[in-house]
Each structure stands twice: as structure tokens, then as C-alpha cells.
Design a protein around this ligand. Structure first.
Ligand code: PMP
Ligand code: GLN
Length: 404
């Protein structure tokens, strides 16, 4: 028989599924895959349940129910000062995952170049390649993850069609600064390129760091497809409701891609997310403040255990260097050891780097990513388990090689 699609056949199961399965197998506290262990606001969940019972369960409009498109437009204005026409500039999708693919489909032709920033979310590269486009990777370096301007400028060229960027960023929890965004905006204008802006963690920023949508910068309104996720904004990751805000010409093409991918998104969830987006500012502030306290709890605990903990300015995640603990193995081996022995699961940060290309071997392999969007008791249990496992390992380890 002829081989099926080569790229998909060679794509591994996502690291999030792999590590969640391993966590289950070993009864580990799962701080790997990024999902909160408490559901979001009860009134939003109830709105979804009520909407199932009121007889509107057939295909909703292709670009989303009017209530949600209006709510997305209102949220753009309220939080970011972006004016968007709900009728022509908002497309609702089945999660940000679909929104990212649909936005890339909307602008890329085979052979176009796309600038991507490592570390990167796991769907980006395969989708760019599936579309026949050519990825141009630029790498942020720990511990500060600052934008390497010269490398970024060098990645742009006459064939650049778009940049795909993520801020606040998973996994390194960077929030792009106004100056970095201005630099990107200048490159986009110089090279007449688009931006697909994955902003799923737009409301999850800490310590006074504030998310700035690239779309809100001068000259960027016409070039950006700005993506949000109800999963992250309302702690309901299983719902998979995403939304793209884009100028009318682009939004119309994103809608064509959505038409081919899923056509519509469950109407009851859409109506409930509209209720959520209309919540007062206090809800959004409380969400960030609650997560900031959890970040502190986990970061402080990891530092006490001896990890080299990196700064987390946004998102659900803290990354920590495990070398100070005496582990000489790589992050995949460490995360496996941690799950099997300490019964705590984290994600190896190297999973967020391309496996091929000139720089693949130089990707960092000494960070584990821990999700802190969990009950305090869960975070405490994970820390206690790690403390016990490190102590046991230390007691037993004198004579053997300190590899994970
Ligand atoms: N982008 C990033 C950076 C993410 O971390 C996630 C997490 N799930 C997504 C996109 C996907 O969002 P959704 O669940 O809405 O598809
Ligand atoms: N975005 C989540 C994370 O980074 C996982 C989403 C998924 O499992 N696909 O952990």
C-alpha cells in the first residue's frame, strides 16, 4: 500500500498527551499539561448548560453566534482599545488551536516563509510545514528570553509572508515588551508581512506586566490576526472556543479556512463564553491575581528544593533548571524520572524546539516546565513528593552516577 501522509505519520503524539498518560500510569501529580484543576466561573458553566436546553442546538452561523462576536469586539475595546466590527472582523473557532491553523491557512501559499520564535507551541511547526510553507526559526535564550533583534531581522526577507508569535509565551512565560513589539512591527511593515498573534494568555500576566497586543501598535491593525481562547480566559480548557480578530479582508479568508476545518463551533459554549466576556473587570483581575499567588507558591517551593527557577511574567507555567539538584541527564530523562520516582509530572522544555535544523542540538535540555494552575494543596503535595524523592535519592546516590 502507498504510504499515508509523511508529515503526519512522522509527527509524534503531543508531549502533553504523552506526559498526562505517564502521570496517570504512575499516579503522579500532573503539573505537566496546562489545565486548571478547578473549573471556571459557575455562571458561565450554567449559561452553557441552560443554552443546551433552550432549543438552539443546530448549526450556528459560520463565523460565530452574534452574541459572542459582539462580546469579543467589546472585550477588544475594553481591554486593549482595539475597535473591531463584530459582523466582519471576528471569527469564532473551535479553540485557539483551530484559530492558529485557520489564520496560517488564510495567508500562506506553498513556498512562503514564516518567521517563528523558539521555544514554540507544539502545533506551529507541523502546521506551517503541512501548508508547504518554509519555517524560519529564531531562538530566545534563557534565562531572560529577550528578543534577539539582529537574528530576527535576518530571518525576514523578500519571501517572508508572516510571523507567528505568542505573547504571553508558553512555555517561557515571557511577555513581549512594547519595544520588542515595535521592533517586530517595523519588520512587518518593511517586509509587507502579516502576523498571526497567539494571545491565549492575554489576561494571565503578573507583577504589573501587562499584555500588549501587536495589533494595537501603529500600522498593525491591518496586518494582524489576533487570537484568544475561552479555555484560558475562563479556566475551561476542554471547551475549545477560540476567537480571531482581524481586518475584514483577512477575517473573510480565516472564515473560509474555518469553513473547511470545522465549519462551526458548539452554539451553547459560544453563548456561555459571551456571558463570560461580559464579566466585570474584577473577574479578569482576580483570575490573574489568583494565578500569581499560585506561581509564587510553586516558584518559591521549587527554589527551596534547589531548582534554578526562571522568572514567570505570564501564562500557567514556571520553568526550572534541575542541574543544581545534581541531575546530569537531559530534560526528557529528568521528567520521566520525576514522574516515575517522585510521582510528579512536568514537561521537558526541549519539546518546544524544532527537532531538525542546524540549531536543534543546541536547544536547552535542562529545564522542566511545571503548571501552577492547580489547587494549593496539589502544588504542596507535588513539592512534598519532590522533596522526599530528592532526599531519598541523595541518601542512596553517593556511589552512583548522578544521571536522571
Ligand atoms: N496556544 C498556546 C500557546 C497554548 O498554550 C495553547 C494551550 N492549549 C493553545 C494555543 C491552544 O488553545 P485552545 O485550547 O483554545 O485550542
Ligand atoms: N497548552 C497546553 C500546555 O501547553 C496543552 C494543550 C494540549 O494538551 N494540547 O500544556
Amino acid at each position: 500500500m502507498k504510504a499515508p501522509n509523511t508529515l503526519l505519520a512522522n509527527t509524534g503524539t503531543t508531549i502533553f498527551t504523552v506526559m498526562s498518560a505517564l502521570a496517570l500510569e504512575h499516579g503522579a501529580v500532573n503539573l505537566g499539561q496546562g489545565f486548571p484543576d478547578a473549573d471556571g466561573p459557575a455562571d458561565v458553566v450554567k449559561a452553557a448548560a441552560d443554552a443546551l436546553l433552550d432549543g438552539r442546538n443546530q448549526y450556528p452561523p459560520l463565523t460565530g453566534v452574534p452574541e459572542l462576536r459582539a462580546a469579543v469586539a467589546a472585550a477588544n475595546r475594553r481591554f486593549w482599545g482595539i475597535e473591531a466590527d463584530p459582523a466582519t472582523e471576528v471569527v469564532v473557532t473551535s479553540g485557539a488551536t483551530e484559530a492558529i491553523t485557520a489564520s496560517l491557512m488564510a495567508v500562506l501559499d506553498p513556498g512562503d516563509e514564516v518567521v517563528l520564535i523558539e521555544p514554540l507551541y507544539d502545533t506551529y511547526l507541523p502546521v506551517v510545514k503541512m501548508l508547504g510553507a518554509v519555517p524560519k526559526l529564531v531562538r530566545l535564550e534563557p534565562p531572560k528570553w529577550e528578543l534577539p533583534r539582529a537574528e530576527l531581522a535576518a530571518a525576514f526577507g523578500p519571501r517572508t509572508k508572516a510571523i507567528l508569535m505568542n505573547s504571553p509565551q508558553n512555555p517561557c512565560s515571557k511577555v513581549f515588551t512594547a519595544a520588542e513589539l515595535a521592533f517586530i512591527a517595523e519588520l512587518l511593515q518593511k517586509h509587507d508581512a502579516y502576523a498571526v498573534c497567539d494571545e491565549v494568555y492575554e489576561h494571565l500576566t503578573f507583577d504589573g506586566w501587562r499584555h500588549i497586543p501587536l495589533m494595537s501598535l501603529p500600522g498593525m491593525r491591518e496586518r494582524c490576526m489576533r487570537i484568544g481562547s475561552a479555555g484560558k480566559t475562563f479556566s475551561l480548557t476542554g471547551w475549545k472556543v477560540g476567537y480571531v480578530t482581524a481586518p475584514p479582508k483577512l477575517a473573510a479568508i480565516v472564515a473560509k479556512a474555518h469553513q473547511l476545518l470545522t465549519f462551526t463551533t458548539p452554539p451553547n459554549l459560544q453563548r456561555a463564553v459571551a456571558v463570560g466576556l461580559a464579566k466585570p473587570d474584577a473577574y479578569f483581575e482576580g483570575l490573574a491575581a489568583g494565578l500569581q499567588a499560585k506561581r509564587d507558591r510553586l516558584s518559591d517551593g521549587l527554589a527551596r528544593l534547589g531548582f534554578g527557577v526562571l522568572e514567570t511574567r505570564g501564562s500557567y507555567f514556571v520553568s526550572a533548571d534541575f542541574r543544581p539538584l545534581g541531575f546530569a541527564g537531559d530534560d526528557v530523562a529528568f521528567c520521566r524520572w520525576l514522574t516515575e520516582t517522585a510521582k510528579v509530572t512536568a514537561i521537558p522544555v526541549s519539546a518546544f524546539y524544532s527537532e531538525s535544523g542546524a540549531d536543534a542540538a543546541a536547544a536547552p535540555r535542562h529545564y522542566a516546565r511545571f503548571a501552577f494552575c492547580k489547587h494549593d494543596a496539589t502544588l504542596d503535595l507535588a513539592l512534598a513528593r519532590m522533596e522526599a524523592a530528592f532526599a531519598a535519592r541523595g541518601a542512596e546516590g553517593a556511589g552512583r552516577a548522578l544521571t536522571a
